[in-house]
Design a protein around this ligand. Structure first.
Ligand code: ATP
Length: 202
C-alpha cells in the first residue's frame, strides 16, 4: 500500500484542481515562502480524517476552503483525493478489492465533510480506522510539522508512548475498545431493566 497521488481542489491556496504525483523514492517539494508547501501536508492529513481545525492552522474546519483572492471569488467547497497503490493488496479488509484505492474527502460550506472510498460513501470513522490499521493516518509520526521535534523532546512519556503505538499500528484498537465499552454499558443497562421486569412479574 503506497500513496501514489494527491489531488487538491479548492483546498486552501489550491483553488484550481492540482495533482501531486508521488513517485517511487523520495519526493521533494520546494518553493518560496507562502507558496503552499505546508498546505500539501495538511491536505494529506485532512483526507486521512483530521478533525482538529487547529491542526489545519484554522479556527473552524471550513477555513480549509479557498477563501478568495483579489481576482478570484471564494469557493463553496474543498475536496482532496488520495490515491493509493494497492497492487500488493495490503489495504485492510473492506478496502482491498481493487489495485487502486481512492479516498476522497469533501467539505461544503454549512454542510460539513463527506468521505468516499472508491466512489462509495463511507464514514469518517471508516477512513480513520483504515489508516490507523495501516500504521498511518492524520496523527502519524511520519508527518512531521514545524516545531514538532522540540515538542517531542519536551513531551511527557505518555505522549511519547502514543507515537510508539501509532508506529505499531495498534492505535485503532483504542477506538474499538471505546466502542466495545459503550456496547457493554448498553447491554448492562438492558440487563438491569430485564431484572426489574422479572421482579415486577414475580
Ligand atoms: P513557508 O515556507 O513559509 O512555511 P509554505 O510554502 O509552507 O510557506 P503554506 O503555509 O502552505 O506555505 O501556505 C500559506 C499560503 O496559503 C498563504 O499565502 C495563505 O494565504 C494561503 N492560504 C491558507 N489558507 C487559505 C485559504 N483558505 N484560502 C486561500 N488561501 C489560503
Amino acid at each position: 500500500m503506497r500513496f501514489s497521488k494527491l489531488r487538491l481542489n479548492g483546498f486552501k491556496s489550491f483553488v484550481d484542481p492540482t495533482d501531486l504525483v508521488i513517485a517511487d523514492g523520495l519526493t521533494g517539494v520546494v518553493g518560496p515562502n507562502g507558496c503552499g508547501k505546508s498546505n500539501l501536508l495538511e491536505a494529506l492529513r485532512w483526507v486521512m480524517g483530521e478533525n482538529r481545525p487547529t491542526a489545519m492552522r484554522g479556527g473552524g474546519m471550513e477555513d480549509v476552503i479557498f477563501a478568495g483572492a483579489a481576482t478570484r471569488p471564494a469557493r463553496n467547497f474543498a475536496e482532496v483525493l488520495l490515491q493509493i497503490d494497492n497492487s500488493d493488496r495490503l489495504a485492510p479488509a473492506g478496502f482491498n478489492d481493487l489495485d487502486t484505492l481512492e479516498i476522497v474527502r469533501r467539505i461544503t460550506r454549512d454542510a460539513g465533510s463527506a468521505y468516499k472510498a472508491n466512489a462509495k460513501d463511507v464514514r469518517a470513522r471508516d477512513v480513520q480506522m483504515l489508516f490507523a490499521d495501516a500504521s498511518t493516518g492524520a496523527h502519524s509520526p511520519a508527518l512531521v510539522r514545524q516545531g514538532m521535534i522540540s515538542e517531542l523532546i519536551n513531551a511527557k512519556p505518555k505522549s511519547r508512548r502514543r507515537i510508539l503505538e501509532e508506529a505499531a499500528g495498534i492505535s485503532g484498537l483504542y477506538q474499538r475498545r471505546h466502542e466495545a465499552e459503550l456496547k457493554l454499558n448498553g447491554a448492562e443497562a438492558n440487563l438491569v431493566r430485564v431484572d426489574d421486569v422479572i421482579e415486577q412479574l414475580a
